[in-house]
Write a protein of this length. Structure first.
Length: 535
């Protein structure tokens, strides 16, 4: 079936002018005349002004700027009250497929928008299928679980895309739906690769489409696949520089490949854009990624500066999202454990949050700190807290997050066992944790695990005087998380102690290379220089 040929590139000024008298200026997204959102062509059976506004709104939706996309779609319904797809957009803007399930309030709002779209009743079959697809996600949300409804949406989008294969928007949204319903335990990445196959074709045809580049990065957001995303990652920020998430998202690929300075530049730009737009979630999310990258390059003063900004951040009740709360918990925990400042880690205070993973992140850092400072009783209590949070997630059928917390629990238990002098039992637990972590993958909310379990296994083997075995684990960890400061130093130290001078020199040289922009002289880097000077 052929679509009407109506291309409206979303280039130039973004002007969301509210027609209602008395509208507050702070409710509007105002950008300069050179800002861009990317090029979107999504023809609908609405008036010309509504069509132009609709394309802008869809462009924002593709860059996950949900709050502003919602306002833009509402504007579509005001420009053309008979435009059912405006209400479709409102419903699409209250669900965040790759982030976390919507609240009851958001679900109610989304269902109301679907009902409104159905009452208006679009005149085209294609638009009716779009509305029915998002309707499948909101239908019976009070009795049907989130996963089942997400799968219902994916199947509906599959039917739409098969019937209208030339509809690039259907392809992009179906590709995203495949990612949203991927099995987190499937290491073949079947859904992600099926999604990427659609997106790669679209990317070749529409290299300036914001959603296509964005979703490609997500499809390949795994260590084994990340190199495939590099072209899209280096392009996305140029496609949609007005969108904070478009500036941040490339850093997912840069971090997966150990490209710390590119990640830093990406997140500095995203942080500035998010702050300008008043998007605190994206601002803090980018700051967490900044802290992580700074730590890997021994830029500790800069990382410390970002932590001070975290302390000054004001977060309202409405902006306590998973990304916000996780960033607030993870950044100070990273700063402590990456530097092996165990007393600082043990002293971290959990922040109130409705998201168990954010609290568990703090308890995990505390437990590691307690184990390394000999505070056995405190570590035991922290592990019990992680276990309780895990059990709550299992009861809520959030198996992915429950598994992540189980990795943390077993890891902390391993180090507490090590602290009590039972090395072999500690090793068995640590191997279990590393294997469990290998069977899953990190959530895009985080730049990386707080500390990779296999790297920690290397640390334990080294502490127990087994450098040959430690080197094997460090190298396995480096393959998944390249250019990590502690991973490289651990591998170099293990090789040195094992008498493998060639590998020791290689890893010490790599360590110094990632520290070229260092603002702090770390003892590990000093040791690397001395070793290389003497060999």
């Amino acid at each position: 079936m052929k679509l009407p040929q109506l291309a409206v590139p979303v280039i130039g000024a973004l002007l969301l002018v509210c027609a209602r008298a008395g509208a507050h200026e702070d409710e509007l997204l105002r950008t300069g005349p050179t800002d861009r959102l990317g090029e979107v062509t999504f023809p609908i059976s609405c008036s010309r002004p509504a069509q132009e506004q609709f394309n802008q709104a869809v462009a924002m939706l593709h860059s996950f700027f949900y709050t502003e996309a919602l306002k833009a779609f509402v504007k579509v319904t005001e420009l053309d009250p008979t435009c059912a797809m405006g209400s479709w957009g409102v419903a699409m803007s209250t669900w965040y497929p790759l982030w976390y399930p919507p609240t009851k309030e958001s679900l109610t709002q989304g269902l109301a928008a679907v009902d409104k779209a159905r009452v208006i009743q679009s005149s085209t079959q294609r638009e009716q299928m779009y509305i029915a697809a998002i309707g499948a996600f909101y239908r019976d949300f009070e009795t049907v679980d989130h996963k089942s409804r997400a799968l219902a949406y994916e199947k509906a989008m599959q039917q739409l895309y098969r019937l209208y294969p030339e509809d690039s928007e259907a392809g992009a949204f179906y590709a995203l739906a495949l990612q949203a319903t991927a099995n987190p335990n499937d290491k073949t990445y079947a859904n992600q690769l099926a999604s990427a196959a659609i997106l790669e074709r679209l990317f070749a045809e529409q290299p300036n489409h914001p959603g296509v580049a964005h979703y490609l990065i997500h499809a390949y957001d795994y260590p084994e696949l990340a190199p495939r995303a590099l072209t899209a990652a280096r392009r996305y920020g140029r496609i949609a520089p007005a969108m904070p998430h478009a500036l941040h998202m490339p850093s997912h690929t840069f971090i997966a490949l150990g490209l710390w300075q590119e990640s830093i530049q990406s997140n500095l730009a995203a942080k500035a854009a998010a702050e300008k737009a008043g998007w605190i979630q994206e601002q803090l999310h980018s700051m967490d990624y900044l802290v992580y990258a700074y730590l890997q390059g021994a830029q500790l003063q800069r990382a410390s500066g970002v932590l001070e900004e975290f302390k000054a951040a004001t977060v309202s009740d409405k902006t306590h999202t998973l990304a916000t709360d996780y960033s607030l918990a993870a950044a100070p925990a990273r700063f402590a454990v990456e530097q092996r400042r165990w007393s600082d880690a043990a002293a971290l205070e959990p922040r109130p949050s409705r998201f168990p993973v954010t609290q568990a992140t703090t308890y995990f850092a505390r437990a590691l700190g307690a184990a390394h400072t000999g505070a056995i009783a405190d570590g035991t209590k922290d592990i019990q807290q992680i276990a309780a949070l895990r059990d709550g997630l299992l009861q809520a059928k959030q198996e992915y997050w429950a598994k992540q917390l189980e990795v943390q629990r077993v890891t902390a238990e391993a180090w507490l066992t090590w602290a009590q002098g039972n090395g072999e039992a500690a090793l068995a637990l640590m191997r279990t944790a590393a294997d469990l972590e290998d069977s899953t993958y990190k959530h895009p909310i985080a730049p990386a695990q707080l500390l990779p379990a296999r790297e920690l296994l290397g640390d334990m083997l080294l502490a127990l005087g087994k450098p040959d075995q430690a080197l094997v684990e460090y190298e396995a960890s480096i393959r998944v998380a390249p250019n990590r400061f502690n991973g490289l130093y651990g591998a170099a130290q293990a090789a040195e102690l094992a008498g493998n001078r060639k590998k020791a020199a290689t890893y010490y040289a790599q360590l110094l290379a990632v520290c070229e922009q260092a603002d702090t002289e770390r003892p590990e880097a000093q040791h690397a220089r001395l070793y290389l000077a003497g060999n």
